[in-house]
Structures are given as C-alpha cells and as structure tokens.
Design a protein around this ligand. Structure first.
Ligand SMILES: Cc1cc2nc3c(=O)[nH]c(=O)nc-3n(C[C@H](O)[C@H](O)[C@H](O)COP(=O)(O)OP(=O)(O)OC[C@H]3O[C@@H](n4cnc5c(N)ncnc54)[C@H](O)[C@@H]3O)c2cc1C
Length: 493
C-alpha cells in the first residue's frame, strides 16, 4: 500500500473543487478491502480521524480533511463483474464514472446518473447520491444502487442488498459480517418532495441501503457497489435552443416538462431526459469561448431518446420550439456522438469556468443548489434573480430547470462582496425552505452548507442525525465535520 507522509506529496488531497482547504498528517492508498479494513481498525483504536477521498470534484468541502489522515479509494478502481443478462454491474468505489459509463455503453447498456463532472469516482457518487441533468427522467444515483459493501468505523464490514434489511418503524437492527449487532434509531422528519441531497435519507420502514447512500462518508467507507443498468437507447438527439426572451424560454421548459410527465402519444410522446437552462448572463460569460452563441439570448438544453420509428419526435420538438418563439434555425442540434460530446463540453464549461474564475480571485464560490416544488418554481426563480439584481451582484444562472433546480452563482469580486453574497445566499436558502424545498438538491452538505441543513430541518433533527452516527462511530473518527459540526457528536455522549 502506498502511504504519503510528506506534505509536498499530498497537497492535492487537501482541497476539492469548492476551493475549501484543509490539513492532514498522511494519505493512505489501500489496494484491497482487507487493507482498508485493517487501516480503519487501527485508526479507530488509536482514535485518529479519517477522511475518505474520492476524486475531489465535490463542491462542498466534503472530502477535505480537517486533521487526521486521508484514505483514498483511488486504487480500488476495477470492475468486479458485469452480468449482461441481468443488467447488473459490480464495481470497486474508485472507478471513474466516465470510464464506467463508456464500459457499459460498449455492451449496449446504460448507467443514467450524470453529475456533469464525470471525472468523479462511482463510490463518491453513491456517498453523495449524485444526480444531474438526466435525473429529470431517471432519478438520482440512489435509484440504481442495488447493493453495497461498507467498512464501518468500528472496523467491521456489512454487505447490504437492496430489499433485504428494513427498519421496523424508525428502528434498524442488523449484524455485520463480524457478528457485531447494531441498533440504530432513524431521525423523524419530513424530507422535501423535491430532488434532495441534504443530510441523511430517513423514512419510516426504510431500506438500510438508503441510509448509507448520500450519507457523505459519515457512516462508513463503501468498498463495493452493485448497480442496476438499463438498455442503451438506440439513438438520442441533443439540442440547445436559443431564445431572445426569458419568459418564452421558461414557458418552453414548463411545457416540455408537463408533456414529458404526461407520457402520451403523438406529439405527446415527447420525453426529455434532461431539461436545463442557461440565462443570458451565463451565455455572455461563455461567449468568449463559444463565439457561435447568438447575441442577447438565453438557452434551453434538452436531450431526447429515439427508437428507429420515432423520427416524428424531432418534428414534435420543432413545433414546440416554434410555438415558444425560438428561431429553429439558430438551434444547435446534435445527432452524432461527436457533436453530442461537444454539447456536453458546453454544458460542463459553465460550471467549471465559474469555479475557476472565483478560485483565481482567491474566493470560494457562492452558488445555490436549492430546489423547490414545481408549483412555486417560476415565482421563486423571479424572486431570487430580483434579489441578486437589487443588490448589484454579478451573477450567472444555469441549472436543471426540469427539476426546478437552479444554480444561481454569485461571482464576488472581493472579500466584501463575498460577505454580501453569503447573506443573499442565506436568504435564498431560507426562501427555498419556506417554500417546502431543499437547500441542497444534488451537491450535498459537506462542510460548507451545515448551517443551511440546520435552517432546513432544525437543531433537533440534526441532533438525531448525530446520535445515529455516534452509534456506528462511537470514537467519532469518520468524515467528521460533514453534514453537521463535530460539536453535535459531543452533545450525544
Ligand atoms: C464542474 C462540476 C459540475 C458538477 N456537477 C454536478 C452535478 O450536476 N450533479 C452532482 O450531483 N454533482 C455535481 N458536481 C459535484 C461532484 O462531481 C459530485 O459530488 C461527485 O459525486 C464527487 O465525486 P468525487 O469522486 O470527486 O468525490 P469527492 O469530492 O472526493 O468526495 C465526495 C464525498 O464522497 C465521500 N466519499 C468518496 N468516496 C467514498 C467511499 N468509497 N465511501 C464513502 N464515502 C466516500 C467523500 O468523503 C466526500 O464526502 C459537480 C462538480 C463539478 C466540479
């Protein structure tokens, strides 16, 4: 096993794409599950804090260590088994998502979760329940995970198959492979009826696997994952439609969303698998790199799957585009794989450019990850943009508007601006909570959004989450600081 003890060798493990920075004493790179288990046993008995590292593309500081050691999953990066008949894949957690998707696509299979940045590890996407554009049609990572193996903080292993271990009301009792018996109480609260990645997933009579998915590494290290796959679509087309008028673009999205949900026939067969929006500011920000973007426009990106007999669907989309006042001649349409990759790069460019610009200013990005219920979305969006405009902040908006999930990114120029941006951000989270939405639809809470989880669920729920963790991690060693502050663990003992 490689161990890096010289800080010069492990600086790249001390931050993530949020520009949040930390410290550690060493970085360990186990190559097998048993090496991982031995490390956890040792650090648990020495009471040394462990932070688990994926590929560091997270946006909330969740893999950033605050002391102790880092355990990276990067050497556990292999396919274990593909069962083409059953459409199931078993993999190690350090496999890069893009490689996984390319691997199954070569076998005409499809793994839908699509968190824009595909240079992330599959284990981390399970730990954060990643989603992205395609969650509009296909849901989040949670919907595809049918089994996991986890090294728990006390140094034992549990193998969980979906559908096998359920809570009795709000209590789980289960045994590990080492015959340790655990009893944990599930926090009681209502999760929002939106896409959501804020805090633990908790429901009455829930499946144990769902507690670990999205728990941001606070409950254990995932060492193996079994995924459900789908058949690969015969063809898809990907489209960027430019609008002069924002209201028209938003109405187009509303219309496409409702037709997709209608699931009908003829024109009503339209079924977007992703429906994203870019406001005029986002396109102005990108235009130097993409001069073909029409002046003074905003845009909607969508993707549609086709079978051999579905060509009238292209017509149906064109009608919808015309009906909402966009010029079909200016639309970018990609049918071939190469052209679609270009559109993927275009979608990725906006978020990575925002991250780069803010990092170059030595600041951290202030970008929303809120989502609200559909019936309130348009009003909420107008309110949010108006708030930022009234405060004279520089910003861009893009995001998964099909899922009512806007990323409004404020671009602070200096520290004063950053402080102001944080206040506005807090107001936006508060309004989303007030409208029964979430403060994090996909990026998770990590270390940067803990105060907003408190805002969303209140202190009593956060204490219940801490109480659950301390049962599995009595020495408080694993991914400390993610989801809630360490002080909540001390309040439980
Ligand atoms: C440009 C850009 C766009 C993005 N767009 C999206 C998007 O659309 N949707 C979305 O959901 N996310 C998005 N992200 C965020 C990010 O890509 C995802 O959160 C991704 O899942 C992180 O993967 P990673 O390997 O980089 O994890 P890291 O950042 O290294 O870690 C993330 C978390 O997972 C934990 N972890 C890692 N491996 C394990 C394991 N084996 N067991 C337990 N815990 C583990 C870590 O401790 C940490 O808490 C974007 C990021 C960027 C930079």
């Amino acid at each position: 096993m490689i161990v890096k003890k010289n800080p010069d060798e492990f600086q790249n493990y001390l931050s993530d794409s949020s520009n949040y920075k930390g410290t550690a004493d060493a970085v360990y790179l186990p190559e097998t599950e048993s090496e991982m288990l031995e490390l956890v046993k040792k650090f648990n008995s020495d009471k040394v804090k462990i932070t688990i590292s994926g590929n560091g593309t997270g946006l909330t500081g969740s893999r950033v260590p605050e002391g102790g050691v880092v355990i990276s999953t990067e050497k556990l990066n292999k396919v274990i088994e593909l069962n083409e008949g059953k459409k199931q894949l078993r993999v190690q957690p350090g496999m890069i998502l893009k490689e996984l998707q390319d691997y199954v696509e070569a076998k005409k299979l499809f793994y839908p979760p699509d968190p824009t940045e595909r240079n992330c590890f599959i284990g981390a996407t399970v730990a954060t329940n990643s989603s992205g554009s395609r969650s509009f049609k296909y849901g989040s990572t949670r919907d595809y995970v049918i089994g996991i193996r986890v090294v728990l903080p006390l140094g034992d292993i549990i193998s969980i198959e979906r559908g096998k271990i359920f809570a009795s009301s709000y209590t789980f009792s289960f045994s590990t492979e080492q015959e340790t018996r655990h009893k944990i109480i599930i926090p009681q609260f209502d999760m929002p009826n939106t896409k959501n990645a804020a805090g633990f997933y908790c429901r009455e009579n829930m499946d144990l696997i769902d507690l670990f998915i999205g728990s941001e590494g606070t409950l254990g290290i995932i060492t193996e994952i079994k995924l459900k796959l789908l058949p690969l679509a015969e063809k898809i087309f990907s489209c960027v439609v430019f609008f002069d008028d924002e209201e028209n673009a938003l109405s187009f999205i509303d219309n496409a969303r409702s037709i997709t949900k209608f699931d009908g026939t003829g024109e009503r067969k339209i079924s977007a698998r992703g429906l994203d929006y870019f406001d005029k500011r986002a396109l102005d920000f990108l235009r130097p790199d993409y001069p073909a973007i029409p002046e003074n426009s905003c845009a909607v990106w969508f993707e549609q799957e086709l079978t051999a007999n579905d060509d009238n669907l292209t017509e149906a989309w064109l009608k919808l585009i015309n009906r909402h006042g966009a010029d079909a001649d200016k639309t970018w349409l990609a049918v071939g794989k190469k052209e679609q990759e270009k559109i993927k790069d275009f979608r990725h460019a906006i978020s990575s450019k925002v991250n780069d610009v803010v990092a170059r200013r030595g600041l951290r990005k202030v970008g929303t990850d809120v989502a609200v219920p559909e019936e309130t979305f348009r009003f909420f969006y107008r309110w949010m943009v108006d708030l930022v405009g009234r405060n004279n902040m520089d910003y861009v908006v893009y995001g998964h508007f099909g899922d009512c999930h806007p990323h409004l990114n404020i671009l602070p120029k200096d520290q004063d601006d950053f402080v102001k941006a944080k206040k506005i951000y807090s107001q936006i989270c508060s309004e989303a909570v007030h409208r029964k939405g979430t403060v994090s639809a996909e990026h998770g809470i990590g270390k940067m959004k803990r105060e907003y989880l408190l805002m969303m669920y209140g202190e009593s729920v956060v204490r219940q989450m801490a109480r659950l963790k301390i049962v599995l991690d009595p020495n408080g060693i694993m991914n400390i600081g993610n989801i809630f502050e360490e002080k909540y663990l001390h309040m439980c003992v």
